[in-house]
Design a binder for this molecule. Sequence first.
Ligand SMILES: Nc1ncnc2c1ncn2[C@@H]1O[C@H](COP(=O)(O)OP(=O)(O)O)[C@@H](O)[C@H]1O
Ligand SMILES: C=C(OP(=O)(O)O)C(=O)O
Ligand SMILES: [K+]
Ligand SMILES: [Mg+2]
Length: 568
Amino acid sequence: MAQSLHLRAPPTPARSLSKPTTPSLLRPPSLPFSLPRRRPIPLLSASTTPPSTDIIFDNGGVSSVAAAAIDVDAVTEAELKENGFRSTRRTKLVCTIGPATCKPEQLEALAVGGMNVARLNMCHGDRDWHRSVIRDVRRLNEEKGFAVAVMMDTEGSEIHMGDLGGAPSAKAEDGEIWTFSVRSFNSPLPDHTIHVNYDGFAEDVKVGDELLVDGGMVRFEVIEKIGPDVKCRCTDPGLLLPRANLTFWRDGSLVRERNAMLPTISSKDWLDIDFGIAEGVEFIAVSFVKSAEVINHLKSYIAARCHDSNISVIAKIESIDSLKNLEEIIRAADGAMVARGDLGAQIPLEQVPSAQQRIVKVCRQLNKPVIVASQLLESMIEYPTPTRAEVADVSEAVRQRADALMLSGESAMGQYPDKALTVLRSVSLRIERWWREEKRHEAMELPDIASSFSDKISEEICNSAAKMANNLGVDALFVYTKTGHMASILSRCRPDCPIFAFTTSTSVRRRLNLQWGLIPFRLSFSDDMESNLNRTFSLLKARGMIQSGDLVIALSDMLQSIQVMNVP
Ligand SMILES: Nc1ncnc2c1ncn2[C@@H]1O[C@H](COP(=O)(O)OP(=O)(O)O)[C@@H](O)[C@H]1O
Ligand SMILES: C=C(OP(=O)(O)O)C(=O)O
Ligand SMILES: [K+]
Ligand SMILES: [Mg+2]
């Protein structure tokens, strides 16, 4: 070791530090403009050894196994050899799995292409389908050494249409009269009839209300109520897709009194959550969160059922209430999603960008991973290249240094899932590099978040380490972390160099895969940092991932230590 500096934090006294601690949004009579959320797309049907127990890594979809018998992950190795540490992608990628990507070979193509998290939207597909996707992802991880995490996204109890009696879509023409009904029908549905999932629908709407499908994709006016049936005239024609979201508006405002009474987690969602717990998913994303209460409830439910409580709860910010209670929701949750699809149906579209910026910032300050979701590359559902505007949108999310970007329809049912993922990957890499080269990072003020003196020490170590890493231009930060906490506070600092996070548990490793800049490895390690480092260096050197002379800062959360050294 050419150089070594070792600071050891003092033993930690049991002392507590106090933690530090918005406005409602109105909307105009009708959206000033509306963009379709959905498009008429026909549904589509993309040499390893078992991982050693020694060290397993993942570099965002580029992963493999390293040990005595090292099986080289060609993609990461090539990336590191070609461009050095700094070329690794920091922004994580989430792909919604659907008919276009559910086969094992298609899942593998996504993992190779950079998918860090596979998302299952419980609005679609049945139990057997979800189970088989989860198991295929697990098998892929085991066989190929990936660390792809699984995120289950609840359906929620917002109002939506039924499934169109099996038809892939239906066209609503200008002036046509359609019946929205809470009655159940046999398929095929009667002509011009839509089933609505919410029993109180006919009671709640009033003649004259405006009914928006998917935030304005198609619009109707309520003209008559007959028992359970609501007759509506189409005022903005368009394509109706199965299970599309419905909102209704009165005198220019979203009618949400009744919605507010529906439980955020429906009885169907609880069954899905039980299923997710049984399958050991890493993340549960909760749709239409209104307050911190539901997040706290779900977290205690999970804690009572999984002993090591390894499921992270992600709050989806997609309603007016979630914006109102943003800080408390994010404090309660383990992460958040800027769910711009529904958010854009609840607030005027031109307010979505500032809401996104605010959510990303609050998450960063509170050290919670944040995903920017929906329509990032919407046109790629149909076309092999994105629009310039979409590339600019992706760039903006990367520039805001969100932890992750998400594909929805692009990967679930689009024609070019792999190409869409490639666009996210290459735009992320380019914008991250631009940001580093230009040093565009405004120094974001990061408030103290530690809840104990021991946490406070870890936080100070991470803040200093990140600063030192930037000032010294080190090649990588190494963090040895059992719970992942120290890796996550290091990620919050968004340092210039990548963070190699070593953890003993497979599930922590997979959860860390959602966080900005972390390259999570599983490694069995001890309290002896000298031997941990020597072992890590020789394993990584054998893989060609690091070289003698590389400058590294190593942190450990057991020892609360920080060391600066050259790889011997
Ligand atoms: N498991 C699935 N089975 C079939 N189609 C799916 C599935 N998941 C997603 N999709 C399709 O991809 C589209 C986009 O996904 P997503 O944005 O998650 O859903 P939604 O549009 O319902 O909010 C869905 O509208 C649906 O057509
Ligand atoms: C991600 C979102 O949620 P879902 O796809 O479940 O509607 C969204 O609304 O943007
Ligand atoms: K959902
Ligand atoms: Mg949504």
